[in-house]
Design a protein around this ligand. Structure first.
Ligand SMILES: *Cc1c(COP(=O)(O)O)cnc(C)c1O
Length: 477
């Protein structure tokens, strides 16, 4: 019987080819597009707000409507002039790998349902374990939807292994520059405010380990149970890496779980400079990396690595009777036993296919290029009398502000000036460049992890900023 959801083979092909044509065109011409797009809720409501339609509409018509009204109203996170947040450079092979995984609707939960999917997750996880110098035989990991879920999965595991069932006295430590997803995860876990220690950072945005040690000592004296430190390997704001070796020493001495959040910065391990900066990362108990950032994968794929795979299975295994037939034997991993999700999409496929297609060297070169590009940008800014570096190029992130020599602008004027520069750049839609706040200063921030971004893209944008600044200063701030 042909159900309502079936298309003829010819219809499926025509529809698919149309989408592939659109995607190929997009990947080929993205540089010529504008990265910024915006719309108000009111404008979007005017286009989309309607009751769920009871009657059908030709597939082509729906697709045309989407191409006209949906796709254009998203910022292009893969655009070479998308400098803000953490860009998502992505790649075509992985995008299509996702299409394959979705097309076949592959269930990536249990071994018996999809042995090859589980095997590819094991194999790619081994590649990652090796990359980060984690023990491959004993270690393990799991792909998640992103860094937030990887951090949550890590902290559930840390708490289970270190505290068991009673975590009433448990205390967790992280810096004021740690990513917000960690605090979210801690809240999801049900920790009270009194169980969280936010440790200040030093002038270079690294966790102050003197203050960290003081906090741990004080907690011990008060009868609390320190159990975990979250270190950042590439903070989102500045790319700063906490002193991982020192933190590892503290964790060893104090018997604490060391979680490293390398969601955006971890991938730098593939470059020589990055691996130097990340020294000590291999001593973590658990590590978050986010392939949909600097491993150039499309959303969503995050990853959690752990030193000992049994920590995950001891935390997440439940053995309900309705899954008994798909358990398989010990070496055949059921990834539903390693994390929160049962039904999981086949995320390993895109990671596998892109690395197999391009080779790891391509990733190494791209990441090295990004780090060098940020350093070149820093050099250029330092040579200009208009710009001031607020936080130097670190793992391809750089923070700076317009602060021309001799103008003697007040801090308040500088904040306003740089805020306005960003607003004007965004208004032009030519580049996506927003501000962040560092040590109470409004600064412009670039995260240069897109291998398509050229030095020329950067100088063009900075020239644009300079022209806006001149206008703003002329009309008075
Ligand atoms: C992006 C990021 C996260 C969150 O990851 P998502 O994939 O957005 O959920 C966590 N930590 C750091 C350091 C990040 O940069």
């Amino acid at each position: 019987m042909k159900t309502t959801f079936d298309l003829s083979k010819e219809e499926m092909k025509a529809y698919g080819y149309k989408i592939i044509d659109i995607l190929a065109e997009h990947f080929d011409t993205i540089e010529s597009k504008k990265p910024v797009s915006s719309a108000t809720r009111k404008e979007m409501d005017a286009v989309f707000l309607q009751e769920a339609p009871d009657t059908p509409m030709p597939a082509d018509k729906v697709l045309d409507f989407v191409m006209e009204n949906v796709i254009p109203f998203s910022n292009l996170t893969s655009h070479p002039k998308m400098f803000s947040f953490v860009p998502g450079p992505s790649n075509y092979i992985s995008a299509l790998a996702d299409t394959l995984a979705t097309g076949f609707n592959i269930f990536s939960g249990g071994w018996i349902v999809s042995p090859a999917a589980a095997e590819l997750e094991i194999v790619t996880m081994n590649w990652l374990l090796k990359m980060f110098h984690f023990p491959v035989a004993k270690g393990g990991g799991i792909f998640t939807s992103g860094g937030s879920m990887a951090n949550l999965t890590a902290l559930v595991t840390a708490r289970r292994i270190k505290c068991g069932d009673d975590f009433s006295k448990a205390v967790i430590y992280l810096s004021d520059q740690a990513h917000s997803s960690n605090i979210k995860a801690i809240r999801v876990l049900g920790f009270k405010k009194e169980q969280i220690r936010i440790i200040p950072t030093d002038l270079e945005f690294r966790i102050s380990f003197n203050k960290l040690k003081n906090a741990i000592a004080k907690d011990r004296l008060e009868g609390n149970q320190p159990f975990c430190i979250i270190a950042s390997a590439g903070t989102t704001n500045t790319g700063t890496v906490d002193p991982l070796d020192t933190i590892a020493d503290i964790c060893e001495k104090e018997d604490l779980w060391m979680h490293v959040d390398g969601a955006y910065g971890g991938a730098a391990i593939l470059s020589e400079k990055g691996s130097r900066v990340l020294r000590g990362i291999e001593r973590a108990d658990s590590l978050t990396v986010d392939p949909h950032k600097w491993f150039f994968q499309p959303y969503e794929i995050g990853c959690l690595l752990v030193k000992d795979a049994s920590w995950l299975s001891n935390t997440f295994s439940e053995k309900p009777e309705y899954l008994r037939d798909i358990e398989g034997n010990e070496s055949e991993i059921n990834f539903y036993d390693y994390g929160i999700q049962l039904t999981r999409r086949f995320r390993a496929l895109k990671f596998y296919m892109s690395i197999k297609t391009f080779g790891l060297n391509a990733f190494k070169e791209a990441i090295t290029y990004n780090i060098d590009l940020a350093e070149e940008t820093e050099d250029m800014l330092r040579k200009s009398k208009n710009w001031e570096i607020v936080s130097p190029a670190t793992l391809a992130v750089i923070n700076f502000r317009y602060n021309p020599i001799g103008m003697d602008l007040t801090e308040k004027q500088l904040d306003s000036l740089n805020q306005q520069i960003s607003a004007k750049v965004m208004d032009s839609k030519e580049a996506l460049l927003v501000t962040t706040v560092l040590q109470n200063q409004v600064v412009l921030r670039m995260c240069l992890i897109n291998p398509k971004t050229t030095f020329n893209d950067i100088t063009e944008t900075l020239q644009q900023c300079h022209e806006y600044a001149t206008e703003i200063l002329k009309s008075g701030i």
